[in-house]
Design a protein around this ligand. Sequence first.
Ligand SMILES: [Zn+2]
Length: 231
Amino acid sequence: MNQVVSFIYAHPDDETFGCASLIRNLVDQGGKATLLSATRGDAGKTGRLGEMTKEELAIVREQELKNACDIMGISVIKHLGYPDGKLNTIDRTELAEQIIQFINEQQAEVVVTFPEDGISLHPDHTAIHHATNEAIFSGRCPSVQKYYYNASKPLEQMGHYPNLRIDTEQMWEMKASALKAHKSQVFSVERVFGEQVTFDERYRYESFVLVWERGTEWPNKQEQFIFDDVK
Ligand SMILES: [Zn+2]
């Protein structure tokens, strides 16, 4: 099996927060994980690393992401380098074109991104969601067979429950290491996962909603593995 999942996100660390165990799981089973990051996260905080210029932070975050990706098993990282915090000012079609190009380069069978609420309502997250939708539904990514969002409360309120849930318990040390690799983001990591980043029942599962599968919207099925039914 050499099937590919492309993760399309706004900032270095978005993939680690929501998908680290999914990524490790699919790579351990012979799949390939690739990541498109729309910004370098240069408007973010610097944690305990002290003052930095945006350019310095961009370089630091790029290296942190590389370290996290080595832990999770992501083998391809592409940065678009759009300004952090301003992704919603970029022409959506331009952004979608970049996403189409990446997915076609990777020949991805599966694509994963944020739901419309972006989990945190961050405008960059919402922007990458809409641009990825535009890319997938353009009909110009013929390799794609399945398309997922991270599960979210608003999706659930619309009746879209997770189709795929990954239990992080056995992989928690790996996920914690990948999270800690984003050293500049330590305060966000601690806010979500606690100061010790220890396993907790509250964030045991990484959950994903299947949005589209070969022409069918919101397929109603339970899955064990992200490559279920991929041909
Ligand atoms: Zn983010």
